[in-house]
Design a protein. Sequence first.
Length: 179
Amino acid sequence: MREVSNPFGPARRAPRAAPRGFRSWVALRQVVGPLAFGAIVGCGSTTPRPAVPDVDLHHPSATRRLEAVTVTAKQRDLAQVPTLIDRLDDEDPAVRLMAGSTLVSLTGHDTGYRPYASSEERQRQQATWRAWWSSQGHGAAPAAPSPSPAGTRAPTPVGSAPRAGGAGYTQGATHGGPP
């Protein structure tokens, strides 16, 4: 790395070669301005977005599902109990383990769930959890879809408005207003 003069502060070392057509990062910054320069340099940010349980509990990545279960536990979000029950038969054992312990923590109820049991036994445990949850006056815990394959969109969270052209949208329908 070589020293570069910087009209915006003291001399410092250039991090890498500047983009093609510019002799230095400073020259690029002078051309595009400080705000645009920050945007260009920040485009390669590796900061992950925070986990959102409504979406990430159905994410194709086991790591993302595990993060969503952790966020659910920290937020003590009882609305996610039905989805956590579905994660009891997740393909990833870490997700199953965390979902089971989060259910016990959130509800105070323990069914003796074993995350390393056979798939048939885990499905029986899911049925036990669903029956218990509905007996508590929360209604039946619907089975959520399995994580979608990589490259497909996660399901739309319940309660969100349908997009134009999506499910629930009727072309040319009037909704009580003038035509």
